[in-house]
Structures are given as C-alpha cells and as structure tokens.
Design a protein around this ligand. Structure first.
Ligand code: ZN
Length: 193
C-alpha cells in the first residue's frame, strides 16, 4: 500500500459506510497496520491508502509488538465530546509538517469491529486526539484545515512544496488524472458499500 500525500483528491473524499465485513477487508486492515508501522505512524485512515471506506486503524503506542493496542474502527460515530486540549500533530499524508491543533479532550465513540460487533469506547488525551484526527480523514478533512490563522500561515510554504511535488508527479504520469482516481474509488465502494 502507498500512503497518498496532500493534495491527492482521495484525501478530500467523503468515505462511505462499509456494508460487507469479510476476509478481504480483514486482509486490508492487516496491510494498513503494516503500512502504518513502516511509516512510524499511530493511525491510518482508509482514504489515505486510496480506499473510500469509513474505516481507520489506530495503535496509539505505534509499537507493532503491542497487538493489544491495535484498534480497527469501522463506520465510527463520535457520540460525545468533552473539554479542549491543544497539542502538536503531524500526518503521514503531510510529511514534515507539524502544528498545534485544538481537539476535544475526551470523546465517546461507537464503531463496528472486524467481527461485526458494535463497540463503544471512551478515549481521552493523546489516543482521543488520534481518533479525532483519523475520523476527520473520513470526512475529507486534513489536520491543516483545523489550524489557527497563525499556524496556517506557518505551514503554507510546506503545503506549496507538497502541491508542486504532486503536480510534477502528475505531469510524468505517476499520479492518474482525477477522473481515473474517482473511477477507481467507485470500484472499491461497489465492493464494500
Ligand atoms: Zn492524518
């Protein structure tokens, strides 16, 4: 799996609810964890690897030996948010960019697991931040959309660099045109949604 980078259109895509949980989906999540660990991440959303599905994986420790810390969130819903906290964030789709983001301190989340059961979690602190960050991805929202004006200005040059890298990859055909990308997203949707 390849982690897509800003401004790839899949990152702006509103992911669709998953209707079919099968072995292929379980294999996909295993591969998402592998991809996440290989990039030293703590969370990865499906559209970051070109899958338009409401699903993300989290291991807040980032330690692949700690399987008990692995969570798969399918069709997540944030039921309740409490408090505010500011902390630094980064994102595998925005390499080298870090900025402070205000998030809720505590969240209640409901999500379906890979066995199809509905689970309810209350998370707080850093793990709650990761879940909110990944949840945003499924809505097509990147963490740089949530910055203060000052923080936004501070990262704008880095975003321009990512934009020009993307543009040149497209010129040499390393990234397909929008039409092809959306056609491929639809194929995945038809398979799982
Ligand atoms: Zn991210």
């Amino acid at each position: 799996m390849k982690i897509l980078r800003y401004p790839h259109p899949a990152l702006r895509y509103k992911c669709k609810p998953i209707q079919r949980i099968n072995q292929e989906l379980r294999d996909i999540t295993a591969e998402m964890f592998e991809t996440m660990y290989a990039s030293e991440g703590v969370g990865l959303a499906a559209n970051q690897v070109g899958l338009p599905l409401q699903m993300f994986v989290v291991n807040a420790t980032g330690d692949k030996e700690k399987k008990e810390e692995e969570y798969v969130f399918i069709n997540p819903v944030i039921l309740k948010k409490n408090g505010n906290a500011t902390d630094n964030e980064g994102c595998l789709s925005f390499p080298e960019i870090h900025a402070d983001v205000v998030r809720s301190e505590t969240i209640d989340v409901e999500a379906v697991s890979l066995t199809g059961e509905v689970h309810r979690f209350q998370w707080n602190g850093r793990p709650a931040r990761i879940v909110q960050h990944e949840f945003d991805h499924l809505l097509g929202i990147g963490f740089t959309d949530r910055l203060s004006a000052a923080a936004s200005a501070a990262v704008s040059e880095s975003l321009d660099v990512l934009q020009s890298v993307f543009d040149s990859e497209r010129r040499v055909g390393a990234v397909p045109d929008d039409e092809t990308i959306f056609r491929e997203l639809k194929v995945w949707e038809q398979k799982f949604c």
